[in-house]
Design a protein. Structure first.
Ligand SMILES: Cc1cc2nc3c(=O)[nH]c(=O)nc-3n(C[C@H](O)[C@H](O)[C@H](O)COP(=O)(O)OP(=O)(O)OC[C@H]3O[C@@H](n4cnc5c(N)ncnc54)[C@H](O)[C@@H]3O)c2cc1C
Lengths: 287, 777
């Protein structure tokens, strides 16, 4: 449980951090909460030569509503999400997810930026981001760029972030009236990664017709997966039992889970079906 | 006795002032890390340490060939089998020690380990214990001369002929094939040591995480006597231990390598495993395949059992059972029921898996026995359509029939099984639950109720039957009372969290009348403590606790003599009440124990030995037989198959209770270690012998979140032969809980034709069987 040797910097500004990234290129890694990166280093699955700790950089931790967006600073800790009033009242999906991430010790350190930047389909926030159609703000030597979440996750631990970019903010279109969201995952015990997880955001109009459906799936594909056919099966329709069942069925067909210690592919598809149904219902109940 | 005084040891633990092996730092101390095999079975073609030795701080890489020069490359196991310390040519299981890197600091040692290049030639391993017995299976232990198969031993007890006859003619017989999975003893503290050999004195001080320091000293002397480390030159110190549970009884190769290196370089060497090494390489527990059968009349009178078991010991038999009992006390498998016919046959095999077979929080394989008997009893209830509580009531050994002789040769000391089960049923409202279950079943919901009414067998043990490597399984206490009436007492046992510093003090306080807070308890230093076999198998209270009571009584006899002298009366005229002797009929004429002790040093009667000390080596006349009645209620989600333990009532009978709070703490912890194998834990290997869940991310140790709110209680049936009527409780809950949970889950699933499921029973496993039955999508 001892990592390979590495060098460590803790810059005080974003510019310095980016300059360090430029200097060390592929050999450097950003250190945020450290609760994905450090375990991998201790197991020697990862041995970056340079760590650039961004915990000393001010201004990266906030939760605010602005310009029609919910904006969350990349260094916002899970525990801060759990305690935020805006989150609790309008985006309970985050509270659902945070509560299921590891344990309080991990949540005191782990950041939302790190959770997404890690690019792990087993992490819980990516599916939430898909359901909420978030955007990711990356800051590099040339300034900021905004990446739609659907273009962010590339492959196993791979994202659209360039080696010289830092994820600085997450933007989520503000929810209006008539919208509800929810997240749940099945886990083998507390602190486990998901056997399968489902995030759903649903909006309905005054006539009970679904006007928005966002559904993201955790750990049933090489990358976090949008259940696009499920969303299509809902939008423009009344949310009857049949409609919901059809959406759930589509997700269970479209995911690509692998057989492992958590269960067989068939089992995970079945769990996706159950969870999609339950999360649509729970999101709708929260409207 | 009977008081929940706060634990004396907690003051240091809760302030972070415990002193564990890894806290020990000696001048000039070197650090060791161990290179381990990635293969389950392979020839070692070469070990190249060149790159490792270039790393600053790395001073040596030790291999089997190096140890061979001193004949230290092999060691005996506690079961008189043999085990490699470091291999010279072949590795026999994944994570086996291959070489040791010695460095001036811990980090360099770890980097050195990464840089050692080992060239292996992998071979096809034998993983399945049943296939290990095939005629054409490769013979694994070619180191043993004349060995032609992978069979280790065969052991049987009971009357085979009568049992076979019974099974041929019985009204009803039931049979299930069960696997009690291989599990890991996940103590918070991993194993480790600091071996400190002093060349000038030719003396070894071994600080180590061991539950049995005295036995370890003897083993070291037996293994290393030929290089000059005879027993008086060896001191074993077992400091604070963060959980043992049987996993800190064996001698691991790392200890021996550390000693060898310290011996050769003359400097202290520290070795502390990391979490994954602890999980992957140290002795496992359980791993019994059991064919359990029960015969009964059609009315449900149990008539007999026939059990056949196959024990997978991995590469070597590194269990820690008493010598005469290769399958431990598994023969308690007749349970709490009254019948006269039983036959049990056991075989053990070698496979290419880590060695072991330790008793994880269980008195030598009792957990496996209890699981099998409690499951098969429920199976019988299902077969004949009788309520499992009713079936148990009708078959229990009656209170008045104790001492009771079991068909496998034990004499149960005492018990009141009816009272325990009735109390548990009342506490949980058994009738009400069965009603609720019937209603839920009608609606297609899954709810189950499971019972386990187990009998334990602990406190090993009487010297006529019990020894480890020839050393009889007595235990000891030495009490010294100082002139001012304060005492120190030392024991051959070693607490790993059980609270000995408190309970032993309470026993002595009860017997001598000195307040418990004035009695200092010390264990774990072989230079100061009297010899004993250590703490495991719930044996501390039954053996060393008894020794404390007897030693204290010896002192009380001396106190009586001194009091008679001081009060100028004859001994017969004196009466004892805790804390003082007084003259019969004249209670104002009294001497307190403190006054008497003071006199023992200042004014003792002529002709009497001065001082106030006593030692006792207690050889128990019998084992003790704690029991319990556990009832568990589960609800199963019909879609996800998640299992929720809604309630769990545990009524334990451990005889007289010394400290109720400590007993309750033991029960809570033990129950949690009972849901562990029932629902979560299992070491899983693929067919190449790779462990598939080698970290705690995948080896699922349950936490407070997974634990239901335990509801505990007790009945008290004192042991008639134990000096204070106590029986031992540390392990009962771990032993008794798994079948209660398994029975509850199978009960929930029984409407769908399911009669048995192997633990751990996970939602995925439930989903699979219900899918097969067409119940879930
Ligand atoms: C026992 C345990 C259980 C866990 N269980 C779960 C779980 O159930 N669900 C779950 O979602 N997570 C789980 N986690 C992971 C945890 O949530 C991590 O904290 C999180 O995934 C990463 O956040 P971090 O801030 O710790 O990132 P770090 O570990 O510091 O970084 C992770 C990766 O992201 C990169 N990175 C971090 N921040 C940035 C940034 N701003 N810009 C660019 N790159 C960045 C790092 O370079 C690194 O490659 C668990 C962790 C542990 C230790």
């Amino acid at each position: 449980m001892i990592p390979a040797p590495f060098e460590y910097d803790a810059p005080a500004t974003l510019d310095e951090a980016i300059a360090l990234l430029e200097k060390h290129g592929d050999e450097a890694k950003i250190l945020a909460g450290g609760h994905s990166l450090i375990p991998m280093m201790k197991l020697r699955f990862a041995s970056p030569e340079h760590l650039i700790d961004i915990n000393n950089i001010p201004g990266l931790s906030y939760i605010k509503e602005e310009d029609g967006y919910l904006k969350i600073g990349a260094m916002t800790r899970e525990s801060e999400l759990e305690e935020s009033e805006i989150i609790r009242s309008k985006y309970p999906i985050f509270t659902d997810a945070s509560k299921l991430i590891a344990d309080p010790q991990v949540r005191n350190m782990g950041t939302i930026g790190g959770n997404i930047a890690h690019g792990d389909a087993a992490n819980d926030h990516p599916a939430v981001m898909l359901a909420l159609k978030a955007e990711v703000v990356a800051t590099g030597p040339g300034g900021q760029r905004v990446i739609p979440i659907d273009e962010f996750f590339y492959g196993f631990y791979m994202t659209a972030l360039q080696p010289n970019e830092i994820l600085t903010e997450i933007r989520i279109p503000s929810v209006g009236a008539g919208t509800g969201n929810a997240y749940h995952k099945l886990e083998r015990k507390v602190g486990d990664y998901a056997t399968a997880g489902v995030a759903a955001q649903i909006a309905v109009d005054a006539d009970g017709i679904c006007t928005y459906a966002g559904i993201g799936l955790t750990n049933v594909n090489a990358t976090p997966l949008r259940a696009a056919r499920s969303e299509e099966a809902l939008v423009g329709k009344k949310l009857t039992e049949e409609t919901i069942a059809a959406a759930a069925q589509a997700a269970s067909e479209d995911c690509n889970p692998s057989t492992d210690l958590r269960g067989s592919e068939e089992y995970k598809r079945s769990m996706v079906r159950v969870l999609v149904k339950r999360m649509i219902n729970k999101a709708t109940d929260r409207i | 006795m009977g008081h929940s005084i706060k634990r004396k040891e907690d003051a240091r633990f809760i302030q972070g002032k415990g002193n564990y092996v890894d806290d020990i730092k000696l001048p000039g101390m070197l650090h060791m890390d161990i290179v381990r095999s990635p293969y389950a079975y392979a020839k070692i073609k070469s070990i190249n340490a060149e790159e490792a030795l270039k790393i600053p701080g790395v001073i040596a890489v030790v291999t089997g060939k190096d140890l061979e020069k001193y004949n230290l490359h092999w060691m005996p196991t506690l079961m008189s089998d043999t085990q490699m310390v470091l291999p010279t040519d072949t590795v026999m299981y994944q994570a086996q020690e291959v070489a040791a890197v010695i460095a001036t600091d811990r980090y360099a040692a770890r980097d050195g380990k990464e840089a050692v290049m080992v060239d292996y030639e992998p071979m096809k391993p034998v993983i399945d214990p049943f296939k290990a017995l095939d005629e054409d299976a490769p013979v694994l232990r070619t180191d043993k001369e004349g060995k032609t198969d992978n069979h280790i031993w065969n052991w049987s007890v009971g009357d085979k002929e009568a049992t076979d006859k019974l099974f041929d003619s019985a009204d009803v017989t039931v049979k299930e094939q069960m696997h009690i999975p291989r599990i890991h003893v996940a103590s918070i503290e991993t194993c480790g040591c600091v071996a400190d050999y002093n060349k000038v004195e030719n003396h070894l001080t071994m600080y180590m995480t061991t539950q049995a320091p005295h036995a370890i000293r003897t083993v070291i002397a037996l293994v290393a006597g030929h290089v000059g480390l005879t027993e008086e030159k060896v001191r074993v110190i077992s400091p604070d231990i963060g959980g043992g549970f049987g996993g800190k009884v064996p001698v691991y190769p790392g200890y021996v390598i550390a000693i060898a290196v310290s011996f050769l370089v003359g400097k202290p060497v520290k070795w502390v495993e990391d979490r994954s090494e602890n999980l992957q390489a140290d002795s496992f527990a359980r791993d019994y395949h059991i064919t359990a059968e029960m015969a009964a009349t059609k009315e449900g009178k149990i008539q007999g059992i026939r059990f056949k078991l196959l024990a997978d010991h991995g590469y070597t038999d590194a269990a820690a059972n008493p010598s005469k009992f290769p399958t431990g006390l598994f023969s308690i498998c007749t349970g709490s029921y009254d019948y006269g016919t039983a036959y049990l046959e056991a075989d053990a095999v070698y496979t290419n898996k880590p060695p072991g077979g330790v008793a994880y929080r269980c008195s030598f394989r009792v957990t496996e026995a209890v699981h099998a008997i409690e499951r098969i009893t429920d199976r019988l209830a299902l077969e004949i359509g009788k309520d499992p509580a009713q079936l148990r009531f009708e078959n229990f050994i009656k209170k008045e029939d104790f001492p009771w002789k079991s068909p496998t040769g034990w004499e149960y000391d005492s018990g009141d099984y009816h009272a325990g089960l009735q109390k548990a049923m009342d506490a949980i409202d058994y009738e009400g639950l069965r009603k609720e279950q019937a209603e839920k079943r009608a609606r297609g919901e899954m709810m189950g109720i499971g019972i386990s009414t187990f009998t334990e067998i602990v406190g090993a043990g009487p010297s006529k039957d019990f020894d480890i490597l020839g050393i009889k399984m007595f235990d000891s206490a030495e009490i010294r009372v100082h002139p001012t009436g304060k005492a120190i007492a030392r024991f051959g046992t070693k607490s790993q969290g059980q609270g000995h510093e408190t309970t032993y003090a309470q026993i002595i306080a009860e017997e001598l009348g000195i307040p418990a807070e004035h009695i200092q308890i010390e264990e774990g230093d072989t230079d100061t403590a009297p010899y004993g076999l250590g703490t495991y198998a719930s044996r501390s209270t039954p053996t060393a606790g008894a020794a404390a009571a007897v030693a204290a009584r010896k002192l009380r006899d001396k106190a009586r003599k001194i009091a008679a002298y001081l009060l100028e009366v004859s001994e017969e005229d004196l009466e004892w009440e805790p804390g003082k002797f007084f003259v019969k009929g004249a209670p104002e004429k009294a001497k307190t124990i403190q006054e008497i002790v003071f006199a023992a040093y200042t004014n003792h009667p002529q002709g009497m030995e001065a001082g106030f000390e006593a030692t006792h080596y207690y050889d128990p006349p019998n084992l003790t037989f704690p029991s319990g009645a556990y009832i568990c209620v589960v609800d199963i989600d019909k879609e996800t198959c998640e299992i929720k333990v809604r309630r769990f009532v545990a009524i334990d009978d451990c005889g007289n209770i010394i400290n109720p709070m400590i007993v309750q703490g033991q029960v809570h912890g033990g129950l949690t270690q009972g849901i562990a194998p029932a629902m979560y834990e299992e070491l899983i290997y693929d067919e190449d012998g790779n462990i598939l869940n080698g970290t705690l991310m995948d080896y699922l140790v349950p936490t407070a979140v997974e634990s239901p709110s335990w509801e505990t209680g007790h009945t008290i049936t004192p042991s008639p032969h134990h000096p204070i009527g106590a029986k031992g409780v540390g392990e009962s809950p771990t032993v008794g809980a798994p079948p209660a949970i398994a029975n509850a889950i199978v009960d929930a699933l029984s409407p769908y034709g399911i009669t048995h499921m192997d633990i751990p029973i996970t939602p995925y496993k439930v989903w699979k069987v219900l899918k097969e039955k067409g119940v879930v999508e």
